[in-house]
Design a protein around this ligand. Structure first.
Ligand code: HEC
Length: 411
């Protein structure tokens, strides 16, 4: 099972061994009856479930108060079932081994949300699965996807480096368009550049609901490398905890289904999808000698008008009085930015993820960019992962940030 490496945005990576499912972690801990678990590393406080999670991996988890995302919601449910309060320890999950080493194995959390059963090792046990995640076919409502044959003569967006790309490269008669992100895949659909998008289901479902008015039908698939179950990882020695988590997960099935619906995870029976699994026609699709796939790398247009449109609700220029004058030098403002914002926007705001690359503000919003930036910083776009800062930063702070942003605009 592989998954696009969410945190890198465009640089989807096929991971041979196991997925990075947007791993978060939950430290399930010391409830009063298992004080021994809490005592071992001296960090547990009775009644607190310290949850490790990825700070920036919607729809799975996202830092904030309250924490958001599927894993955070499931962690809340599990914690409350065990009569604990969750407390978060955030760690990016891009490099899974490193993330595990620094969270679960370092004793910074006791339960890591979430990993597939295949991730179990000598040091790590995985709970019962609480959810299945998969790739999905995104198309017009009413498109009856039955097997790869349904994609014949269709133009299909696939994300670079993902199992669907590899699968479709071997099928005949399907034109694939390589995109860098799920979002680009959905945009290609909405611009009519493709007929179907074959994307990572949790992202596709979530973006469809958040940005496209749930306009598309999102059908989950199954097949080699296309789906996996996920569970909570704990240290192998914490068998007591594992038992408790398993019981809680059993009891919480209906609530967890509610969480899936809340984040618009692809629903319904997954459709078997493989080169050789859909009868004679599929066998024909697979003939390597008739390999005709066209692969075009589609680079997303920097569609300012559309971005502005999707961002509209939070970007109305505020009719505020003249802002305070900045108080920091460019150098100081840059380091202020790097301290507060770089974990999501990259150092110096040069994120490789287009919508987080703050060098493009003036290109995108022309002479309105300062207003858009000010409003976005204050109000956030919380549903898209940009937090609200108005309770944290003063107007003065924001002006200082603009001083730095000014210097990096690429016109
Ligand atoms: C937790 C992650 C996170 C943090 C921290 C964060 N941002 Fe963002 N920010 C985002 C995301 C995600 C977007 C893109 C939203 C979208 O797709 O429209 C964004 C968008 C923006 C935009 C609008 C970009 C555009 O082109 O429309 C501005 C301006 C911005 N952030 C400034 C900041 C500043 C300044 C800080 C620090 C004070 C900051 N952000 C901290 C995640 C974050």
């Amino acid at each position: 099972m592989t998954k696009p490496c969410r945190a890198l945005g465009f640089a989807a990576i096929v991971l041979a061994s196991m997925s990075i499912m947007g791993a978060g972690t939950a430290r399930a801990i010391a409830d009063p009856s298992s004080a021994a678990v809490g005592a071992r590393d001296g960090t547990n406080i009775n009644g607190v479930m310290r949850v490790c999670a990825d700070p920036d991996d919607l729809p799975f988890s996202h830092a904030g108060t309250p924490a958001q995302g599927i894993y955070a919601d499931v962690a809340e449910l599990v914690a409350s079932r065990l009569e604990m309060q969750p407390e978060y320890y955030w760690w990016l999950s891009v490099a899974q081994k490193k993330a595990l080493r620094n969270t679960l194995l370092a004793g910074n959390c006791d339960a890591y949300f979430a990993l597939p059963p295949s991730a179990a090792t000598r040091q790590i046990s995985i709970s019962k699965p609480f959810m299945t995640v998969s790739y999905a076919i995104v198309a017009d409502r009413g498109f009856a996807y039955q097997s790869l044959t349904s994609l014949r003569d269709k133009r299909v967006a696939v994300q670079f480096g993902t199992p669907p790309q590899i699968l479709l490269a071997q099928a005949e008669g399907i034109k694939t368009f390589t995109v860098r992100t799920s979002k680009e895949g959905l945009e290609s659909l909405s611009h009519g550049d493709v007929d179907v998008a074959f994307l990572w289901g949790p992202e596709a479902g979530y973006l469809n609901a958040q940005r496209f008015n749930s306009q598309w039908q999102v059908t989950p698939v199954k097949g080699e490398g296309l789906q996996t179950e996920i569970g909570i990882a704990v240290r192998a020695e914490d068998q007591d905890l594992l038992q408790k988590l398993n019981t809680a997960l059993d009891d919480l099935k209906p609530q967890i289904e509610g969480v899936s619906r809340k984040y618009a995870m692809p629903a319904g029976a997954p459709v078997q999808t493989a080169l050789n699994d859909s009868g004679a026609a599929a066998a024909e699709l697979a003939k390597p000698t008739q390999f005709e796939t066209t692969s075009e790398t589609k680079v997303a247009a920097d569609d300012a008008s559309q971005h502005a449109a999707t961002a509209a609700p939070t970007t109305a220029p505020s009719a505020a009085p003249a802002p305070p004058a900045p108080t920091l030098s460019v150098e100081e403002a840059r380091s202020f930015f790097n301290n507060h914002c770089s974990h999501c926007h990259a150092p110096n705001a040069q994120s490789p993820i287009q919508e987080r690359d703050l060098r493009r503000l003036s290109k995108r919003y022309k002479d309105k960019w300062r207003d858009v930036a000010t409003t976005t910083i204050k109000k956030g776009r919380t549903e898209l992962g940009m937090p609200t800062w108005e309770d944290i930063l003063t107007d003065q702070d924001i002006q200082n940030v603009l001083v730095f942003l000014e210097t990096i605009q690429k016109n």
